[in-house]
Write a protein that binds this ligand. Structure first.
Ligand SMILES: Nc1ncnc2c1ncn2[C@@H]1O[C@H](COP(=O)(O)OP(=O)(O)O)[C@@H](O)[C@H]1O
Ligand SMILES: N[C@@H](CCC(=O)OP(=O)(O)O)C(=O)O
Length: 299
C-alpha cells in the first residue's frame, strides 16, 4: 500500500464529503451502457465510508445517457449522443433526462439496497437555489438524511431546468452537475469535494499529448497560466476541463478542498480518504498543508 502524503493528511479530518460522478464514469465508452462495475464499486466504497462515520453526498450525471439509450431502443432518435448537450438539441436532451433519471436512480437504489445502505433522490434546478427558504430547507433535509446515514443522491432536474435561470451567488453559477456539486459544497458545508471523471486529474496539457504531466497539487500562481486545455470529453459537461478547474479553484478558495481524479481507478475514494496522492488537489492554502496535524476520521 502507498504511504500517506503529508499534503493530503487533512483528509483525515474530513467528515462530510461530496462525490460528483460524471457521465463518462457511469457509462461505458464503447456503447453508452451503464458501467455496472464502476457504479457498483463506487457504491461499495461509499458503504465503507458511511460505516466509518463519514457523511457522503453523491451528485451523479447519467440521466441523459440512460434516457438516450432507452429511447434509441424504442424508436430512432435523429440526434447523436454527442449532440445532446448542444443547445439546439435541448428538447431531446431534456426528454432523454426525463426518461433516464428513473433508471439511473433505480440502479443506485438497487445497488445500495443490496449493500444495506439507504439512499435518496434529490432533483434540483438552479431556480430553486434563488429562494432562501428553499436553500435552507434543502440543507435541513440533507442534514436529516445524513444524520440517519442515508446517502443523498443529487442530479439536476434537467427536464424542467433552463440555462437562462442559472443561479449566481459569490461568482458561483449552477448550470451543470460540476457547478451544482460546487454550490452544494458551500451550502452543506462539506469538508471535501471529489470530482470523478475519465482522466487521472489535471494535466499540464491534454493528457494524451506527449510530455503532459499530472499536476498533484494545483498552485494557482504557477498553474493558471501554465496549463493547456484540449477537447472536452465524450459527452462531458458544458464547461469542460478548464471550467472544472475554475470551479474547483473557486470552491477551494471558499475553504472546501477539491480533488479531481479518475472514476476508473479502483478504490479511488478509499485511497483519497487514506491520504494517498492520487488526482489533483485544489486547496486554499497549499503552502500550509505540510504543517497541518489532522484528527483522524477513523477511515
Ligand atoms: N489539461 C487537461 N488535463 C486533463 N484533462 C484534460 C485537459 N484538457 C482537456 N482535458 C479533457 O477533459 C476531459 C474531462 O473534462 P470534462 O469533459 O469536463 O469531464 P466530465 O466527464 O466530468 O464532464 C478529459 O476527458 C480530458 O481529455
Ligand atoms: N444532468 C445530466 C448531466 C449534466 C452534466 O453535468 O454532465 P457531466 O459533465 O457528464 O457531469 C445527466 O444526468 O445526464
Amino acid at each position: 500500500m502507498r504511504s500517506m502524503d503529508c499534503r493530503r493528511s487533512f483528509v483525515k479530518s474530513c467528515r462530510r464529503i461530496i462525490i460528483k460522478v460524471g457521465t463518462n464514469v457511469v457509462t461505458r465508452a464503447e456503447d453508452g451502457k451503464f458501467a455496472l462495475g464502476r457504479i457498483g464499486s463506487l457504491c461499495e466504497q461509499v458503504k465503507e465510508l458511511v460505516e466509518s462515520g463519514i457523511e457522503v453526498i453523491i451528485v451523479t450525471s447519467g440521466a441523459v445517457g440512460m434516457g438516450y439509450r432507452l429511447l434509441r431502443h424504442h424508436r430512432t432518435l435523429n440526434t447523436s449522443f454527442a449532440d445532446l448537450a448542444k443547445p439546439e438539441s435541448q428538447p431531446d436532451g431534456k426528454a432523454c433526462a426525463a426518461v433516464g433519471q428513473s433508471g439511473l436512480i433505480t440502479l443506485y437504489d438497487t445497488l445500495f439496497s443490496l449493500l444495506d445502505v439507504a439512499s435518496s433522490q434529490l432533483l434540483v434546478t438552479s431556480r430553486d437555489f434563488r429562494n432562501t427558504e428553499f436553500r435552507n430547507q434543502l440543507v435541513d433535509t440533507v442534514n436529516s438524511l445524513l444524520a440517519m446515514q442515508v446517502v443523498p443522491i443529487f442530479n439536476e432536474n434537467d427536464a424542467i431546468s433552463t440555462r437562462e435561470e442559472s443561479y449566481k451567488e459569490n461568482g458561483q453559477v449552477f448550470w451543470d452537475n460540476d457547478s451544482l456539486a460546487a454550490l452544494l459544497a458551500s451550502e452543506v458545508k462539506a469538508d471535501l469535494l471529489i470530482f470523478l471523471m475519465d482522466v487521472d486529474g489535471l494535466y499540464t496539457m491534454p493528457p494524451l499529448q506527449p510530455g503532459s504531466k499530472l499536476i498533484q497539487t494545483f498552485m494557482k500562481e504557477k498553474h493558471i497560466e501554465e496549463v493547456k486545455y484540449g477537447e472536452k470529453s465524450r459527452h462531458g459537461s458544458r464547461g469542460g476541463m478548464e471550467e472544472k478547474v475554475r470551479i474547483a479553484q473557486s470552491v477551494a478558495d471558499a475553504g472546501v478542498p477539491v480533488i479531481i481524479t479518475s472514476g476508473f481507478l479502483p478504490d479511488a475514494m478509499k485511497k483519497i480518504l487514506r491520504g494517498e496522492q492520487i488526482g489533483t488537489l485544489f486547496h486554499k492554502e497549499t503552502s500550509s498543508l505540510l504543517q497541518k496535524v489532522p484528527e483522524s476520521n477513523g477511515f
